[in-house]
Design a protein around this ligand. Structure first.
Ligand SMILES: [Zn+2]
Length: 276
């Protein structure tokens, strides 16, 4: 399979990750439906990695996603990064994430994404638990140094970790940094020609382009508040809101280059186990 764009939505409601966050307006269902409409109009299906609290708050939204033929994966129950969990807590967390998604109608749950790419060398115990709970793949590694998490030595290609395929994010060099050009804030904030060149480079190397967006990434009408898990940094919070209007035009630009969006599970089926 060539020209693949493994576009995904990390389906979370940042208000649920904040104390008293529900005092702010509900934005997630409306913005998720904008992604659904865009995907439907272009005839593509993708993967939604959904937090359990989102499935509990908006079960009908999960059903709408499934009815349109998209894949649903797990993104933990309460969006707690893996280094703040223990293996025991993570297992219970994931079971309850699966259960919440099943109650909302999801059946074949095969994929996982760690919150904030918190699957790193120190939390690689997570793969064994994913395998035991019947998962097939994870897309939870940012194979670069990052202000929050990152696993620079992982490498750019899918790898089997403890029986689970890990599909690392696409990364590219930007000046002194190595960043995920198709991911949320980076996709919005970095210069568009850089993002397009990085996409072309991944394709040229025979790799799919892996990227993610959140409901908030397209939300130009969201009220201002300090987002969780960015160390209360005003600069990062500025970036959280920056250039949200650019997301759909940039997605269009990627498709114009001939990329095709497919659900992660379909890509995983094409992977061949390396012979040792
Ligand atoms: Zn997330």
């Amino acid at each position: 399979m060539n020209d693949l764009y493994l576009f995904s939505i990390d389906l979370e409601d940042v208000r649920f990750q904040m104390e008293d966050g529900r005092r702010f307006a509900e934005r997630v269902p409306a913005n998720t439906r904008r992604y659904l409409a865009w995907l439907k109009a272009r005839g593509f299906r993708c993967t939604f990695f959904a937090a359990g609290d989102v499935a509990e708050a908006y079960p009908s939204l999960i059903r709408e996603i499934l009815d349109e033929g998209h894949e649903i994966g797990c993104h933990t129950s309460r969006h707690v990064p893996l280094d703040r969990q223990t293996p025991e807590k993570f297992r219970a967390d994931l079971e309850s994430n699966v259960e919440a998604l099943r109650r909302a109608g999801a059946k074949d749950i095969r994929g996982f994404r760690a919150p904030i790419f918190s699957l790193v060398e120190k939390t690689a115990w997570a793969y064994g638990i994913l395998r035991e709970l019947g998962f097939a793949y994870s897309s939870s590694v940012l194979p670069a140094k990052n202000p929050f998490y990152g696993w620079p030595g992982f490498g750019p290609d899918p790898k089997i970790m403890d029986g689970i395929w890990e599909l690392p994010m696409t990364v590219a060099r930007f000046g002194p940094y190595v960043v995920p050009p198709a991911g949320g804030v980076y996709f919005r904030v970095l210069p568009r020609p850089f993002v397009m060149r990085a996409a072309a480079k991944a394709r040229g190397q025979g790799r799919p382009l892996l990227g993610y967006c959140h409901p908030y990434d397209i939300d130009t009408a969201q009220e201002r508040f300090m987002h969780p898990d960015i160390n209360d940094s005003r600069f990062y919070n500025f970036l959280m809101y920056y250039n949200r209007k650019s997301v759909f035009p940039r997605l269009e630009a990627v498709l114009k280059k001939g990329f095709k969006i497919v659900p992660y599970a379909e890509f995983v089926k094409t992977l061949v186990i390396p012979s040792s």
